[in-house]
Design a protein around this ligand. Structure first.
Ligand code: G6P
Length: 604
């Protein structure tokens, strides 16, 4: 996820671009940049890290004349978060910003390099500007060269390009990534990836359709559709409410983030899998030299994702793995041996207890790895090695997409280790990679599923407690489901291993005890089913989540018949998230900011 902005007019271009980027920072903030073309001259600034760094770099840069400007805030996909990889990317006399992925970039890059073009970055984006300039040399007209370039790109994109060859225009193209253009009362034009940066400036906006391309100048907006027919902009009034605009039409950030999971998982996979292997550019295989055990340490939802990792690391990579709650680990005088790789997991990278365990591990001379969603956070700065989860900023206090991307990273990491240690065959790895590729579609929210959960939720607003139960990997998912419900509904919920219910909790069974049973078809189905039957025989109210019909349940949420339990895991994850959400909505709670909780807990 990246964010792009553009402006053409006489106002303070720099301020408009920077303010716009500020609004889009939630889409990514490992680096940012702007390029402004005024009176035939370009000025361009880039900075790594948060936007304040770019603000600092541009503090003496003044824009008080007619100008065209473009800006970008980046969430690294191809290439590390460095200044060279930050957008805008320069050709000879043009700059481009891009959100999305150019799938055929490697091929185009090779052709351009063979023709003598030098590339400065590792990004897919840079090919756009060089390809444009190559086409420009053969064409009289910059717009024709742009049109030709767009036709040569495969993949998803929102693109803005400015060039000295037409220094009073911005060229744009949109396919698969969001972009809109707006006008203010002076008819100045603004571009952005979402409407929030335009609120307060623009009165009317046009949301581009996939396949749209064209240009804007001081007096016109020229749009061609995917069939190359010129179309009029379809202006709509822009809302003046920033908060509701940020939610993109969803009722809550949590809901939006549940729906975003398909996208962010795709981002997390990007560049990290080929057809036959898992690739982590950020890892040096030496990190695992001399390692006999992996210890994972985290809090809250991140702890649950660590638990899933322990199943996958042992099963696929045959590495001894243990998991610790950070606040416990800190004070129990733990044994720390040098043959242990110490892994911390944190959405924010700032959680005080987790951070402290990382410091302890470093002090004990252990190798460390952090799995984190926030680049430049305290943990990222401290660890030897980092894998970023690429979930984008998560605003709902109850974590959803961050968890989804953490589990995705752990799955990939377990396969990476399996490759290193040859614990899985080539064909098994290949099969697993095919499954990984299917995750974005497995987590896509189906309207019918959401509707069913909405309807069912009214039956689960009371009772004396919930048990979420599952076996194997579905036990951490049960813990996570129960945590979600607790956090936002304030109802008592516990996650429990299905097979353990008979050792105590079953004493609680009565019609007012709600059991949410995770029953995947491809993992210990019969065993889990028997455990649920024991509960329904004692009159507990059971809601079964399974691809297979289950007549002993009071309620049944049917999931798809996936070929593997990992895909069942991801679909059921969405089901338990939505169930908590809808129960909380019916109870009238503040879904995004539940009482007593904080997004980032930087105290002990
Ligand atoms: C807080 C949040 C939880 C989160 C936990 C760990 O308690 O409310 O949602 O799971 O901290 O946060 P981290 O940023 O380290 O993953």
């Amino acid at each position: 996820m990246c964010g792009i902005v553009g402006y053409i007019g006489k106002k303070n271009t720099k301020e408009i671009l920077l303010e716009g980027l500020k609004e889009l920072e939630y889409r990514g903030y490992d680096s940012a940049g702007i390029a402004v073309l005024s009176e035939g001259e370009f000025a361009s600034y880039k900075a790594v890290g948060k936007l304040v760094n770019l603000e600092e770099k541009t503090k003496d840069f003044i824009t008080d004349k007619f100008a065209v400007g473009i800006g970008h805030t980046r969430w690294a996909t191809h290439g590390k978060p460095t200044e060279l990889n930050a957008h805008p990317h320069l050709g000879e006399s043009s700059y481009v910003v891009h959100n999305g992925i150019i799938e055929n970039y490697a091929q185009l890059k090779k052709e351009l390099q063979n023709e003598g073009i030098t590339f400065l970055s590792q990004t897919d984006t840079e090919v756009i500007v060089h390809q444009f300039e190559k086409n420009l040399k053969k064409s009289e007209d910059a717009f024709q060269a742009f049109k030709q370039t767009i036709s040569e790109l495969d993949g998803a994109y929102a693109i803005l390009l400015v060039t000295k060859a037409e220094d009073k225009k911005i060229f744009f193209a949109k396919n698969g990534s969001p972009m809109l253009v707006g006008i203010d009362t002076d008819n100045d034009k603004y571009f952005a990836s979402s409407d929030t940066p335009l609120i307060g400036h623009c009165t009317d906006v046009n949301y581009f359709e996939d396949g749209d391309y064209g240009y804007v100048s001081a007096d016109e907006i020229v749009i061609f559709d995917k069939n190359h027919q010129q179309v009029e902009p379809k202006f709509k009034k822009l809302s003046t409410n920033k908060l509701s605009a940020q939610k993109d039409g969803y009722r809550f950030f949590m809901e939006k983030e549940i729906y975003e999971q398909s996208h962010v998982i795709a981002d997390t996979l990007l560049g990290r899998i080929s057809d036959t292997e898992v690739i982590f550019e950020e890892l040096d295989a030496k990190l695992f030299d001399g390692i006999a055990e992996i210890k994972l340490c985290a809090c809250g939802t991140s702890y649950h994702s660590a638990l899933t990792a322990s199943y996958m690391f042992e099963r696929y990579a045959k590495v001894k793995t243990s998991v610790e709650i950070a606040s416990e680990f800190r004070y129990r005088d733990p044994m720390m041996t040098q043959d242990t790789l110490f892994v911390v997991i944190s959405q924010s990278g700032e959680t005080a207890d987790t951070l402290e365990t990382l410091k302890m591990a470093k002090a004990a001379g252990l190798k460390t790895l952090v799995i984190c969603n926030v680049d430049n956070s305290s943990m990222v700065r401290l660890a030897n090695t980092t894998i970023l989860t690429r979930a984008g900023i998560e605003k709902g206090v109850a974590s959803t997409k961050a968890f989804a991307t953490q589990v995705t990273v752990f799955w990939m990491l377990s396969l990476y280790l399996a490759q290193l240690k040859s614990t899985l065959s080539q064909s098994a790895i290949k099969e697993q990679i095919e499954l990984l590729r299917a995750v974005p579609s497995a987590v896509k929210v189906q309207d019918s599923m959401h509707e069913r959960i909405k309807r069912l939720s009214k039956r689960y607003l009371h009772g004396h407690g919930f048990f979420f139960i599952g076996r194997d990997l579905f036990f951490p998912l049960a813990l996570e489901g129960a945590l979600k419900l607790k956090e936002i509904s304030y109802l008592h919920a516990e996650g429990y291993p299905s097979g353990e219910m008979k050792h105590g909790p079953i004493a609680l069974a009565d019609p007012e005890l709600f059991t949410i049973a995770l029953l995947p078809k491809n993992l210990l189905y019969e065993k889990s089913k028997s455990n649920v039957e024991e509960l329904s025989a004692r009159d507990a109210t059971v809601c079964a989540i399974s691809p297979l019909e289950f007549d002993k349940a009071d309620d049944f949420i049917q999931t798809k018949k996936h070929p593997n339990y990992m895909l069942e895991f991801f679909e059921m994850m969405v089901v338990v998230q939505l169930l908590s959400l809808e129960i909380s909505v019916r109870l009238g709670n503040d879904v995004d900011m539940p009482r007593n909780l904080a997004k980032s807990v930087t105290v002990e």
